[in-house]
Design a protein around this ligand. Sequence first.
Ligand code: KIV
Length: 282
Amino acid sequence: MKVAEGRVTTADFRRWKEEGRPVTMLTAYDFPTARLLDEAGIDAILVGDSVGNVVLGYDSTLPVTMEEMLHHTRAVARGASRALVIGDMPFLSYQVSTAEAVRNAGRFLKEAGAQAVKLEGGQEVAGTVKAIVNSGIPVMGHIGLTPQYVHQLGGYRVQGRQAEAARRLVSDAVSLAQAGVFAIVLECVPAEVAKKITATIPVPTIGIGAGVDCDGQVLVTHDLLGLYGGFSPKFAKRYANLVEEIKRALEAFRAEVLGREFPGPEHSFSMPAEELAEFLKE
Ligand code: KIV
């Protein structure tokens, strides 16, 4: 696959950490959104398994399959020429065996046009991360609230509030960095813990609900745009309210069709006069 000129690379991530330049990352699951993010200068596009909740209507990320992830990653890759495209490895695509994990990670690059993958977990996945990285595939880690482990965590809640749990997160981050990740998402952890991890490891931390001291920030784009009618977490700042805007447009369309105001002459076609006369002849 051709690397677009000016494409963000994992080396940029590390350099930006050294320079203190924050990394911007957002989710996308389709071509038009990817193009908008790319044009806005967002550094990395995560094809998150949050596609399950946000787009596919599942009530968690657990049912999301490799085929669904590859389908959405392909669409995003076609829309992104500068941003680094990261495919999120779905539940059970990397937990069963190392060989399966490497093969599935490789599919994101080989078949879908991603430049990297992300997977959830700490020390317990460090061996898997190392094997994927050794195969030439950049890996982003993800610790803290890891939605694929929701049933083990006992719900979607802030992680690392107790000192011992916070220390475990720090050692998870160190293990992942030693295994070769190029960055780590910290989801829903106290800002103090994120700050400590950020100061401890040499690769960037990308926070979501992890405070301002991370090396970068990520949000689910649907949350940021107010494009998702469902639950929106405390950390998800809404920069627009597209649900309201879309509702307004849909209601206006319905009313104009019922009132025969749409389509107007400017949205219609007509025949040349002579052709019309001929057409109307008995
Ligand atoms: O799936 C996803 O969108 C994610 C982000 C919340 C980091 O993992």
